[in-house]
Design a protein around this ligand. Structure first.
Ligand code: TMP
Length: 234
């Protein structure tokens, strides 16, 4: 597999073309941003850890029947992925109150939820990734009705699978973000699943093992990512 030109650079990752038109290389950077890039920094070796953590999680989900864009690891910082037409949506699943849910609705962090919450955000940095509902998505033709039904079902299935996956590692999955793309008529789970895109609390201690350590200046950031990598590699 030959790496070719850079086709996209985001805040945390770079995509490269390859000599196969159906495949891309996804490179994970150490650069870290939050609050729509209002806060920036570098987490040493984060790219290496997130590449390996995402690979483990994609491999697990594939074994459980979820189609993902993941093909294989290329090296420490890169994975081979299927090229997909990305939907301009971030899908957030919440199992316990944290982050923007607490800020927006004034509920205490850690509040148990009666049921999981599914949220959709339009991927648009200029607009600060605003929340949208099914009516916005339908009316503005952001995604088809069929895709949204499939996304809801997949997001809830992935939540069920990942909650169990992390509980076995003594970690509670508080919330997480998913992105999907279309590939040859099929929806694929894309992007990454890592401590950058999930809130992970150690069961018992409540220790934060995710990007909240960076967002909230809690320290020991690299150690938290390393801890997640060690546990998913068990
Ligand atoms: P939030 O509480 O800030 O809305 O985040 C909910 C979850 O989604 C949390 O696990 C972090 C993840 N997330 C991303 O991966 N990317 C983003 O741009 C945002 C806003 C959240």
């Amino acid at each position: 597999m030959k790496k070719a030109e850079k086709i996209y650079e985001g805040k945390g990752k770079i995509l490269y073309a390859t000599d196969d038109p159906d495949l891309l290389i996804q490179y994970f950077k150490d650069d870290t941003t939050c609050f729509n890039a209002a806060k920036r920094g570098v987490i040493e070796k984060k790219g290496i850890m997130n590449n390996k953590i995402s690979a483990k999680i994609f491999e697990y989900l594939e074994t459980m029947g979820v189609s993902t864009h993941y093909v294989q690891l290329v090296n420490e910082r890169e994975m081979l992925i299927r090229k997909a037409e990305m939907l301009p949506l971030e899908i957030v699943v919440r199992n316990r109150a944290a982050g923007s849910l607490c800020r927006n609705l004034g509920v205490p962090e850690g509040l148990a939820l009666e049921c999981s919450i599914l949220e959709y955000c339009l991927k648009n940095d200029r607009l600060n990734d605003p929340l949208v509902n099914n009516d916005h998505i339908r009316a503005l033709k952001i995604a088809s009705e069929k895709d949204m039904e499939a996304i809801k079902e997949l997001a809830l299935l992935i939540n069920h699978l990942l909650t169990k996956f992390f509980l076995r590692l003594n970690v509670e999955l508080i919330d997480f973000k998913l992105e999907f793309g279309q590939c040859k008529g099929k929806l694929l789970l894309a992007d990454e699943i890592s401590p950058d895109t999930c809130r992970l609390w150690e069961v018992g201690t409540g220790a934060r093992l995710d990007k909240d350590r960076f967002r909230q200046d809690l320290g020991h950031i690299e150690e938290a990512y390393q801890e997640v990598l060690s546990r998913v590699s068990r």
